[in-house]
Design a protein around this ligand. Structure first.
Ligand SMILES: [Zn+2]
Length: 293
């Protein structure tokens, strides 16, 4: 993690539909936490007879009511999830039932193990009607949303590109307030970096992420994030050059002044880097201890 800014002063716009661009409304869910910033942001895309809902969020009655108000009389053509962390997809099923709409987007997640993973967990009830592959699109009146596969934060993560405006809905892959948490075994640092490089090759004008403000200089931010991860990687290699050590002994040197509640996530993130370095043949693990090769 790399916290970039503290949360803005309250009140936060929970329960309201904010018009962030002509085709896009944003609704903030009431689930703030150290992992979700001010909460999950749901997007309603479309200004005509039908809309898509991106990342419906937690299954919270007040939040679903606010999404319904933002939808108004429009038909819901697709409920689209970027990934299946619990703060993103659980409202998909109740919303689908109420609006008679299909759930379309990321694949359900198959986990072989369920190791402790800080406070993030997966929505095991997520059952899409249709999974979008990289490059596949959903369309409605005046909008086209194309899937951009961006594994890393989770293996099933998709971004959605709104072709009419040049916006990219980035979910948790790139956020305005912090770098993404990559938690093994499902989170993969090598994939995450490749997915950041993939965004560098695109020309999106603005990112709307699930947490935090719109990102108006996307390329600059992504370049900074790639640099930040490379810096973390170099720190890890340097620390291992001084002495072999377990994951917990990286944290004080690497995350000065970290909120205590985020220590487990920081340890997971270091582990994700170590696994990536191990795959690349640069480090090895013996029991709890990591060393350079
Ligand atoms: Zn997530």
């Amino acid at each position: 993690m790399q916290a970039m800014a503290g949360p803005p002063p309250k009140p936060w716009p929970t329960g309201l539909a904010e018009q962030v661009e002509p085709l896009v409304k944003r609704v903030l869910a009431p689930n703030p936490s150290p992992y979700t910033y001010t909460g999950t942001q749901t997007y309603v895309v479309g200004a005509g007879s039908d809309v898509a809902v991106i990342d419906p969020g937690p299954n919270d009655e007040a939040h679903i009511a606010a999404i319904m108000a933002a939808i108004g009389e429009a038909k819901v053509t697709a409920i689209m999830c970027t990934h299946t962390h619990r703060d993103h997809s659980p409202a998909a099923a109740p919303l689908a039932e109420t609006k008679g709409a299909p759930v379309v987007g990321c694949a359900p997640l198959v986990l072989e193990s369920d190791l402790p993973r800080a406070d993030e967990a997966f929505d095991t009830t997520y059952a899409p009607d249709r999974v979008l592959e990289d490059g596949e699109a959903m369309t409605g009146e005046g909008w086209t949303l194309r899937a951009v596969a961006t594994p890393g934060h989770t293996s099933n993560h998709l971004c959605f590109a709104l072709e009419e405006s040049g916006a990219l809905f980035t979910g948790d892959h790139v956020m305005g307030w912090s770098t993404s948490v990559v938690i093994p075994p499902d989170g993969d640092m090598g994939d995450y970096l490749a997915s950041l490089e993939k965004l560098m090759r695109r020309n999106d004008k603005v990112y709307h992420s699930a947490h935090g403000d719109a990102i108006t200089k996307p390329q600059q931010l992504v370049r900074g994030m790639i640099g930040h991860r490379r810096q973390r990687e170099n720190q890890i290699i340097r620390l291992l050059g001084e002495a072999a050590r377990p994951v917990s002994e990286f944290i004080p040197a690497m995350y000065k002044g970290l909120d205590e509640r985020l220590i487990p996530a920081a340890e997971m993130s270091v582990t994700a880097h170590l696994i990536d370095l191990e795959k690349r043949g640069l480090v090895a693990q013996e029991g709890e201890t990591w060393r350079t090769i």
